[in-house]
Design a binder for this molecule. Structure first.
Ligand code: AMP
Ligand code: ZN
Length: 495
């Protein structure tokens, strides 16, 4: 019996049956990257996790609007400087030039990992008007106050009315001493340390600033996500996601802003992915415990013995549940490399296999159908990719046994075989989003060789060396490649 999709809702702190607000449609918002530097492998893990969630929702037949923003303003360093403009000064670029550079690199990396593009990818600087409008609404509702040109969210007043500030992250308002990253310089302007800026007056040296009713300034980091999620998905939408380091203060403050503005909770389900570790420690730049995706691909890092391809890294990511930490080690990557190639070999073998028809409902047939059902149940259980992947490997065993003759086609029905083929391909390629790197490399090699032989044959023909020209044509035909001489030169096709 297949179960329904359940998701772990961080806000409710339990698994809940997934029921979208509008039948058949899902609105999902995921906090995107701050584009001030190269994307690191931890970011990749989070976006790959949500890509698989997106792909699975599509697979279940939902019409999904997936919004993932680009943060290009308002995310401040601990010293209170905008991350984008600080880096732009360093690289001697106009801030938007820097944003473009790192957005392009981010998109390249997402393509390398074969993730799908979101439906909408809004930028914070493209939504200044809406952010100013939201600040006005929150002020009108009495949940914010202005101080010297900056506007602060009034957490105490909000909590008096809704009693919910701190609920997502499990923090009590009295214990909250400002951990906010946005405005350490301006603590004295706040009524309470847990208040946070939704609009900030800019100093003279601050580059990225805009006109507003309160000052020439810039929006607080948390505000952009409240604005862009509700602009594209409505006041209340289905899923809000991000890494679990964003629970506080970012998501906690988003919820407060949304309720302070509209009176309703923004998201029905809050999904948080866990952190990437390396050799058991949090991947972090400050203690050198970091590796960039490119260093991992080339092997140019003391942390790995060799390079690993993007799909091997992705396979490795699938082996941990998105809510568990994931520990990157050279040993684990070596195992993932073996697993990935075993999976691709099985995919190729399955592609060539055909059931002769009929077949019996044996114990093996029953086992195969149960395995398929379990894979679906595991994925329905809060997107449990490690368990679903283990199930897919049970299918690999079936495939290999059929190939070697250890399992007879007559022992499984034609229908079960087709189900095996469909489930295997759907999970490996459509849901997990893996692709056959080895196969495509071999295809590239094949294309290159065929072109090379055509060039050699053309040179032979120019010299009227018909013997060589015919030899190449005939030998290629023998291995299933047909050459055609036409007006525009010679083309080839597989027969
Ligand atoms: P940022 O670019 O810092 O705004 O982060 C973009 C996304 O990556 C957020 O959802 C973060 O939670 C996530 N993230 C940051 N560091 C890690 C890490 N070490 N492991 C997993 N996700 C991370
Ligand atoms: Zn966000």
């Amino acid at each position: 019996m297949k179960n329904k999709l359940t998701v772990y809702n961080s806000k409710a702190r339990k698994k809940e049956i997934f029921e979208p607000i509008h039948e058949g449609r899902v609105g999902m918002y995921v906090c995107g990257p701050t584009v001030y530097s190269e994307v690191h492998l931890g970011n990749v893990r989070t976006f790959v996790s949500f890509d698989i969630i997106y792909r699975y929702l599509l697979h279940l037949g939902y019409k999904v609007r997936y919004v993932r923003n680009i943060t290009d303003v308002g995310h401040l360093t601990d010293g209170g400087e905008d991350k984008v403009s600080a880096r732009a000064k360093l690289e001697q670029l106009e801030p938007m030039e820097l944003v473009q550079k790192y957005s392009n690199m981010f998109h390249e990396m997402m393509a390398i990992f074969n993730t799908k593009s979101p439906s909408v990818e809004p930028r914070a600087t493209g939504h200044l008007i809406e952010q100013i409008e939201m600040v006005k609404d929150i002020l009108d509702n009495g949940f914010a106050y202005e101080q010297n040109g900056s506007v602060y969210f009034d957490t105490l007043k909000f909590n008096d009315k809704y009693k919910s500030y701190g609920q997502l992250s499990g923090r009590k308002i009295d214990e909250l001493f400002s951990e906010t990253r946005d405005d350490l310089k301006n603590q004295d302007e706040k009524h309470h340390p847990s208040d946070f800026a939704i609009w900030m007056k800019a100093s003279d040296e601050h580059i990225m600033k805009w006109n507003s009713p309160w000052s020439v300034g810039f929006p607080g980091w948390h505000l952009e996500c409240s604005v862009m999620s509700t602009k594209y998905l409505g006041k209340t939408f289905d899923i809000h996601g991000g890494g679990n380091d964003l629970k506080f203060p970012h998501h906690e403050n988003e919820i407060a802003q949304n309720i302070g503005c509209t009176g309703v909770e923004p998201a029905k389900y809050w999904l948080h992915s866990n952190m990437l570790l390396m050799n058991g420690k949090k991947m972090s730049k400050s203690d050198g415990n970091t590796i960039s995706p490119y260093e991992l691909f080339t092997g140019d890092s003391p942390h790995v013995s060799k390079g690993y391809s993007p799909m091997v890294v992705k396979f490795f990511m699938l082996q941990s549940h998105y809510r568990s930490t994931m520990d990157l080690t050279d040993q684990a990557l070596q195992a993932a490399e073996k697993g990935y190639s075993k999976l691709m070999e099985a995919a190729k073998a399955l592609d060539k296999m055909q059931h002769p028809g009929n077949g019996n409902e044996t114990e093996n047939n029953k086992k195969l159908l149960t395995t398929i059902d379990n894979i679906i149940s595991d994925m329905n259980d809060d997107f449990n990719t490690p368990k679903a992947l283990a199930g897919v490997f049970e299918l690999v065993n079936f495939i290999n046994k059929l190939k070697d003759g250890h399992l007879k086609y007559s022992d499984i029905t034609n229908e079960a075989f087709e189900k095996l083929k469909e489930t295997f391909n759907q999970f490996v390629f459509d849901i997990f989003g893996l692709k056959d790197e080895v196969g495509s490399q071999e295809d590239g090699l094949f294309d290159g060789m065929a072109e090379l032989l055509i060039t050699i044959r053309n040179e032979a023909r120019a010299k009227k060396d018909w013997a060589t020209s015919d030899l190449i044509r005939d030998k290629l035909l023998e291995i299933g490649v047909q050459l055609k001489d036409g007006k525009d030169g010679t083309s080839w096709s597989r027969i």
